[in-house]
Design a protein around this ligand. Sequence first.
Ligand SMILES: [Zn+2]
Length: 172
Amino acid sequence: MPDRWSRPYDAGQLADRRTDIDFSIPLAALQRLAPQLAGGAGNAQGRASFARERGLAVVDLEVDASVPLTCQRCLAPMAWPVASRAHIAIVADVDTADRVAPEFETVLAPDGRITVGDLVEEELLLSLPIVAMHADSGNCRAIAGGETGEETQKPFAGLAALLQRGPRPDEE
Ligand SMILES: [Zn+2]
């Protein structure tokens, strides 16, 4: 049986049946998110609860995840916690989206079909920082390691020495 989170459903039917879908989605399976992940990733867990409100198909989406990102200061992996609660209206077109009450996020589904995986991925992408960094620079690998300036290898030092030993006319 395919995972329910990856299956396209008619949002209107889910809403009319007040369907709840519990999910545990491997982060690496989310194609837009995957390139941002640092190494082996865990799962996004939660529940999508569909209902009909003011004629719209809406979903209460709970997503919890620990997303492994690369710290842009020290390039070490770091975990970015996500605990998101979203109230989403699924709409067919932009005109409808414009008329939706402001407490809703909107997701466009022109044919009315959605996958829970897409909703979760969108929510995760909205929750990620523009630039990932350890909140406390003391946690950064490069800075914590510190004071390695003198020991830093100089890969071109050997090359410079080599060039200086090049042949000179007066050495014949
Ligand atoms: Zn860092």
